[in-house]
Design a protein around this ligand. Structure first.
Ligand SMILES: C[S@@+](CC[C@H](N)C(=O)[O-])C[C@H]1O[C@@H](n2cnc3c(N)ncnc32)[C@H](O)[C@@H]1O
Length: 220
């Protein structure tokens, strides 16, 4: 049997993070719970694709993706976005950025080398809070979703953060949020923050994942 080898352990605001490898596959865990694995990335690919395909006809759309993980969502977004797109990727854990550059960048075709990409090492919530009517799309995949893993990110799913996301988007902009759980409460909060909400269900290797596609209603 091929062994699963822990390559690195780091202390992060989310808890202890480990990067492990089994043959050609990589997995990132936080406090022992899987955050992302190269064995199953169908819904992460879909997240980038369905959010960014409608932006393909814009000349120079602005996109924010948080966080980076193994880079699949970023890759899927880059594959459909135009040449002049600007894609900011906010990643909380500097080691994740380093691993993408040095350990497993090949998994998603080295997306950080694409000239359209700017990496921000920091909290995506802070990046959203600073922006005003700027992004055509914001893509959030930072943990397991509104009822998920990380207490560090709880506030990202609360009303104040959703209002900030609405402010950061242009009218009609898209806020796409990945989750491994359905959450009717989160759907309600998104609607209350000025979004028209559609929930997509994605089946991947026996698991069901969810993506909220929330479109910013025009400002009154
Ligand atoms: C589930 S992974 C993302 C998977 C990614 N969509 C992919 O295709 O591989 C979550 C990532 O978000 C990062 N993260 C967690 N909280 C964050 C935050 N508040 N701001 C920015 N990045 C964050 C984690 O370190 C991790 O790299």
């Amino acid at each position: 049997m091929i062994p699963n080898v822990i390559i690195e352990r780091v202390t992060t605001p989310l808890g202890e993070m480990t990067l492990s490898q089994r043959a050609q596959d990589f997995s990132i865990r936080v406090a022992g719970v899987e955050l992302m694995s190269s064995l199953n990335h169908r819904s992460e690919d879909e997240l980038g694709k369905i959010t960014c395909t409608p932006l393909a006809s814009l000349r120079a759309p602005n996109i924010l993706i948080g966080g980076l993980g193994l880079g699949y969502t970023l890759r899927a977004a880059l594959d459909v976005l135009p040449k002049q797109a600007r894609v900011e990727v906010a990643e909380l854990v500097p080691e994740v950025v380093r691993w993408n550059r040095t350990v497993f960048g090949q998994l998603a075709g080295h997306p950080l080398t694409d000239p359209r990409v700017t990496v921000i090492e920091g909290d995506v919530g802070a990046v959203i809070a600073k922006a005003s009517a700027h992004y055509d799309a914001i893509v959030l995949d930072v943990d397991n979703g509104p009822d998920g893993l990380g207490r560090h990110n709880d506030r990202l799913y609360k009303a104040a953060a959703l209002a900030a996301a609405r402010r950061a988007l242009v009218d009609g902009g898209l806020y796409a949020v990945w989750s491994s759980f359905e959450s009717p409460t989160f759907t309600k909060w998104l609607a209350g923050a000025g979004f028209t909400v559609e929930l997509q269900k994605i089946k991947a290797r026996g698991a069901t994942h969810w993506i909220w596609m929330a479109r910013a209603k025009p400002s009154p």
